[in-house]
Design a protein. Structure first.
Length: 327
């Protein structure tokens, strides 16, 4: 399972961040994909026009789960179990895509969320498994761009369309509309301390700051992570500049990051946060933060890469934890 959020800092720069929570070791790392590539996807070949950088892996062809492209469009794919509905075949006038190939297709062919709103009418997501997992991955997708426009794609029928995401947060099942309605349950929470009332002449003593958030769910289910992320995003103090904003995003994701061993699946395997990804959509920079090294490792999408490079490039992650001693 995963959590994602968008963020606009006080300078007007836009970011898309996510946790990648999974039990199976995905082994992703930053990968640069050049312009004008023909990708032999699992549901058939498709072409790309734009260059992008993101978390990927070469498994007969490059697959991506998140990233940012040369126009500042950010994409993240998240698990959507029991709700994703894929088709068996695509109409003759539509491009058939495996679920795990949608991220690369979107990053390689769309300039913005507005662009994607039109392009999704020309694709169909098909029930095609990924060989690494031996199953068809149930996914939904969050898109955001340099205007702050944010939308979600949930394949719950053959009619694909983008759904506006007014809070810029996405987790997993159920659908986004359910999560947005569920927020009303927590709509009275606030960052400020709540005043206490006397009961039958008995004066209550305050429990201190934080009482405004009493009832904020703290577990790792998808609904709880959604509510917690919206609350923390809404009340966090604004930041300026990329380093300060990335630092804030790390803190926001801390509340939904899953350590190994605390969330077990039915088969006993640990569902944990394998990495956290951060995209600065305005300066086209992508960062990964693996589980075993919380230092951000970033790649900037440069004009030289876009204009002169014609083959994909992988950037191995440093998994060694770093500690700074002061004496």
């Amino acid at each position: 399972m995963c959590t994602s959020l968008t963020y606009e800092n006080s300078q007007g720069d836009h970011f898309l961040a996510r946790t990648m929570d999974f039990a199976f070791e995905l082994g992703g790392q930053p990968v640069f994909m050049p312009r004008n590539q023909k990708i032999q996807g699992d549901a058939g070949a498709f072409t790309t026009k734009y260059g992008f950088i993101g978390a990927g892996r070469n498994l007969s062809h490059y697959m991506f789960v998140d990233g940012v492209n040369e126009f500042g469009l950010g994409v993240a794919a998240l698990y959507f179990p029991q709700y994703a509905q894929y088709q068996k075949t695509a109409p003759a006038d539509k491009l058939g895509l495996a679920p795990h190939d949608v991220t690369a297709w979107a990053l390689g062919n769309a300039k913005s969320v507005a662009d994607l709103r039109e392009l999704v009418h020309h694709i169909q997501i098909l029930d095609v498994p990924v060989a690494l997992l031996g199953l068809t991955t149930p996914l939904h997708f969050i898109f955001s761009d340099r205007t702050g426009d944010t939308a979600v794609l949930e394949a719950t029928s053959e009619d694909l369309r983008l759904i506006d995401d007014p809070v810029g947060v996405m987790t997993n099942a159920p659908q986004l509309s359910w999560h947005l309605q569920n927020l009303s349950t927590y709509g009275t929470m606030q960052a400020a301390e709540r005043p206490l009332h006397d009961y039958m002449g008995f004066s209550l003593k305050t429990q201190g700051p934080g009482t405004g958030a009493l009832g904020l769910p703290g577990d790792y289910t998808s609904p709880s992570r959604f509510v917690r992320t919206v609350y923390n995003k809404h009340y966090s103090l604004p930041t300026s500049g990329t380093p300060a904003t990335l630092n804030l995003l790390q803190h926001l994701l801390d509340s939904v990051t899953i350590p190994k061993g605390v969330k077990l699946k039915a088969d006993g395997k640990s569902d944990y946060t394998q990495y956290r990804g951060y995209a600065n959509l305005d300066d086209r920079t992508y960062f990964m933060e693996p589980y075993d090294n919380q230092e951000l490792q970033g790649i900037h999408l440069t004009d030289e890469m876009l204009n002169d490079w014609d083959t994909p490039v992988e950037y191995p992650l440093d998994h060694q934890a770093h500690v700074k001693y002061m004496n």
